[in-house]
Ligand binder design. Structure first.
Ligand code: GLU
Length: 428
């Protein structure tokens, strides 16, 4: 992180305002959509393992529910802020609308560092989070999912607490659950796979062969690992990945010119996606500073970590070889960097298109949970591919027709759909 002072909510509003202007939305619709519909901010007191009590700050923010129940993940992060959750909730509204799911947008978070919490303490946090917002949760009102530093285990604790409170089973109340306990096959890999489906179509449109393509990926978490998996199984090569090092409080990059090996890296990675530097060096990886992922001589850049990674400063490091940027993370590129990317003619697949595979599969999971009938993995992945590919072409065709960036095209489709839903409901 560096450069301009960064506020993700301001950025999300700035992006919205620009499109609202182009769509000539009326004043009431703009007022309704430029802020979240409702927010809960609350304390979660936890008894720690040593017997002491600690109070954590939690949030659930619903941006819009005109098209369906609020939907979105819950992040556990020490730097979580209300404005980050607000922005992410807003992006969820656009994401679900863009892939045409009957869902709205929401997001949650807790300011905490799971690295410093035992599993029992994390369980208490999950249960406490649900207890504080039980009134607004439910399969028909608001459906949480995993996000940064939360997993299927966290989701199951949340669901269990929810079911205790309502007095019956309700597997459709949370997505990203473990397989066999209401989870969907394919959900874990869905976000990363979705990014690669979009990259595959973009390469095709640009006349590039995936087998001749190299990529650099920022991050080694839920999204990044599955990006590497599918991209390499398609014959592409990932030459560089970055990962966070908790002890150093810094990221590092791991480079192998003939391609990083996912299986090998996984054997030297902890459950937070942190790759051991010493072991990576032994396995023949070059270990580089954390921001080097962006300055690689590759055709595809995939930021799949956090927001504000490609900004006014870092954008200058992008090499001329780069043809495509696919945003696996939410909000990785700031508006000043967007302007540079546009000018340089790099094809950017925006976050709420590129990473929409996760929520799309969450929707499939919810459908299966509500039916209590589960599909095969192939069925899930092929439905995901169809949905992502359709959404990709809807955006790319509009971008080409109007000669506008992919992000603007995606926003136009999504915001128009949400505005229409609000209008039809008689809200504005
Ligand atoms: N947290 C993921 C996202 O940002 C998934 C949300 C969901 O599945 O509801 O899209």
């Amino acid at each position: 992180m560096s450069g301009e002072s960064f506020n993700p909510f301001r950025m999300a509003q700035q992006q919205f305002d620009g499109i609202a202007e182009q769509l000539t939305l009326d004043e009431a619709t703009r007022t309704l959509l430029r802020v979240p519909d409702r927010e809960l901010h609350f304390n979660i007191p936890i008894r720690m393992d040593d017997g002491s009590y600690k109070v954590f700050r939690g949030f659930r923010i619903q941006h819009n529910t005109a098209r369906g129940p609020a939907k979105g993940g819950v992040r556990f992060h020490p730097q979580e802020t209300v404005d980050t959750v607000r922005a992410l909730a807003m992006w969820m509204t656009w994401k679900t609308a863009l892939v045409d799911l009957p869902l709205g947008g929401g997001k949650g978070g807790v300011i905490c560092d799971p690295h410093n919490l035992s599993m029992r303490e994390q369980e208490a946090l999950c249960r406490g989070w649900v207890r504080r917002i039980i009134e607004i949760l439910g399969p028909e009102s608001d459906v949480p999912a995993p996000d940064v530093m939360t997993s299927s285990q966290h989701m199951l604790w949340m669901l269990d607490e929810y079911e205790h409170l309502v007095g019956h089973r309700a597997p459709g109340a949370i997505t990203g659950k473990p397989i066999g306990l209401g989870g969907s096959l394919g959900r874990t890999e869905s976000t990363g796979y979705g990014v690669v489906f979009a990259v595959r179509e973009a390469l095709g449109e640009l006349g590039l062969r995936i087998e001749d393509t190299t990529a650099s990926v920022q991050g080694f978490g839920h999204v990044a690992q599955h990006v590497i998996d599918l991209l390499t199984s398609y014959g592409g090569t990932v030459t560089c990945v970055s990962s966070w090092d908790q002890k150093e409080q810094a990221a590092f990059c791991f480079r192998k010119k003939d391609g990083v090996q996912l299986k090998e890296l996984r054997t030297i990675t902890n459950s937070y996606g942190e790759i051991s530097r010493a072991k990576a060096a032994d396995a023949g990886y070059e270990v580089l500073p954390g921001d080097s992922w962006i300055e690689q001589d590759v055709e595809v850049l995939i930021p799949a970590a956090l927001e504000n990674q490609i900004n006014r400063d870092t954008v200058k490091q992008i090499k001329d070889s780069v043809k495509i940027i696919a945003e696996g993370a939410n909000g990785p590129t700031t508006p000043p960097a967007d302007a540079v990317i546009k000018e340089r003619g790099i094809w950017l697949i925006p976050d709420f298109l590129a990473n929409s595979g996760g929520v799309t599969c969450s929707y499939f999971e919810q459908v299966q949970s509500n039916m209590n009938y589960y599909w095969t993995r192939d069925e899930v992945i092929s439905k995901l591919d169809t949905k992502m590919t359709e959404a990709y072409y809807a955006v790319s065709q509009m971008a080409r027709r109007r000669n506008i960036p992919m992000r603007d095209a995606a926003y136009m489709i999504a915001i128009a759909r949400v505005a229409e839903a609000c209008k039809l409901r008689g809200w504005v």
